[in-house]
Design a protein around this ligand. Structure first.
Ligand code: LMR
Length: 394
């Protein structure tokens, strides 16, 4: 039967990872896949993770199954981290959480939940958005549309609202909670308020993707927008990832939070979530979630996490302003000043596909075809080289 299959091109991000690995040049610079890198270009295991992992291993007496929803203590801590300790004005009764294999697992299960509830729903995603959103949500069979989001360094908020105003009641709007991937341009608090009003007026359901909590300002401020939305609307979904902010990429740690109108609807939604999980992967992996739960529960480990997170954030902010100023010095204009204003690991450099290719083939600098660059790949050691190459090829 496999004779019927044509060979597919690799995924854009994973394909670029492989190309970078295969490049023997000592000058090569990886600005591709979205992983945090330290000053030496490594993606470290956080100290809080090392310590928590030791205590998890010490305490563990079995590898027997946990549950389709994963660890209860992990799920409770996630709800508090994301929605706040009190879960907003309407209380925790309408909130349910299931641990998932990474944020991707949460997005896919969430899409299947939407399809089970209302198969004709259209999901509106930002243009541009993270490359994997379309396959993750689209392969559930839901219809996808795009709303305008970004131009020349800024959010096109009026255009976004204008488009969403024409969405059908009941449609779903996928929104990046913070550190928008790939643009680094986030909604301001007043824009979150405007979006919340529109969601209520048009009866649209938000699906909030939270992959970078703590990479923008801090753990609380980065979720202020989604807390506002979740407290205001009758129903919402939140996909959460701990790949980046705990550096647990390969352990696949995530969660799907559903917010429902009533307690009985919350239970019904959760019963579907668990059945969907069972039919795709049965149960989420436990190891990473056990580490995360240990960090969330232990005051010293949690403090160490908050400090390490601040260190990662500062490194990205520093590299953003360093690259912007190196570019300003070489281009004698402010074309790339927006890099210093944006947040999180990504920005769209805004150069042509030909320039992206020239950067890769002539200078061994790897970024995605749409010129998305991971600023965490910049170091004081390579910033001059990168700025020189961008100035030459733009
Ligand atoms: C990225 O955007 O590069 C990361 O989220 C990694 C991935 O899975 O695409």
């Amino acid at each position: 039967m496999f004779q019927h299959l044509d060979r597919l091109n690799p995924d854009a991000i994973l394909g670029l990872m492989a190309q970078f690995r295969a490049d023997p040049s000592p000058q090569k610079v990886d600005l591709g896949v979205g992983v945090f890198r330290d000053l030496s270009g490594n993606t470290p295991v956080l100290e809080c993770v090392r310590r928590a992992e030791q205590s998890v291993l010490k305490a563990q007496s079995t590898k027997s199954y946990v549950a389709a929803a994963g660890r209860a203590e992990f799920n409770e801590a996630v709800e508090a981290l994301v929605l706040g300790a009190s879960h907003g004005a309407r209380g925790a009764r309408r909130v349910r959480t299931a641990q998932t294999p990474g944020g991707c697992g949460a997005l896919r299960v969430g899409a299947e939940l939407i399809r089970a509830a209302a198969p004709k729903t259209t999901v509106h995603a930002s243009d541009p958005t993270w490359g994997n959103h379309v396959p993750l949500l689209g392969s559930s069979g839901l219809r996808l549309e795009r709303y305008p989001y970004y131009k020349s360094g800024e959010v096109r908020f009026e255009d976004m609202l204008e488009r969403l105003n024409r969405a059908a009641p009941g449609d779903v709007v996928l929104v990046h909670a913070c550190c928008h991937n790939p643009t680094g341009a986030d909604l301001s608090m007043s824009q979150w308020k405007g979006l919340t009003e529109l969601l209520l007026q048009r009866q649209l359901t938000p699906f909030l993707d939270l992959a970078y909590q703590g990479f923008g300002s801090n753990l609380d401020e980065d979720v202020a927008g989604i807390r506002l939305v979740a407290d205001s609307v009758p129903e919402a979904l939140v996909a959460v990832s701990y790949s980046k902010n705990l550096g647990l990429y390969r352990e696949r740690v995530g969660a799907l939070i559903t917010v429902s109108d009533t307690e009985s609807r919350a239970d019904a939604a959760q019963s579907h979530v668990l059945q969907i999980a069972r039919s795709i992967y049965s149960m989420p992996p436990d190891h990473g979630a056990a580490i995360a739960a240990c960090i969330f529960a232990d005051q010293a480990l949690r403090q160490s996490w908050i400090e390490e997170l601040a260190g990662m954030r500062k490194r990205i902010v520093d590299m953003r302003s360093l690259l912007a100023s190196e570019l300003r010095a070489r281009t004698a204009d402010g074309t790339f000043d927006f890099l210093a204003r944006q947040r999180g690991m990504f920005s769209l450099l805004g150069v042509s596909g030909a320039a992206v290719e020239a950067l890769r083939t002539r200078h061994h600098i790897y970024m995605l075809g749409d010129s998305r660059m991971n600023l965490a790949g910049i170091t004081p050691g390579n910033v001059a080289y990168v700025a020189e190459a961008i100035a030459a090829e733009r």
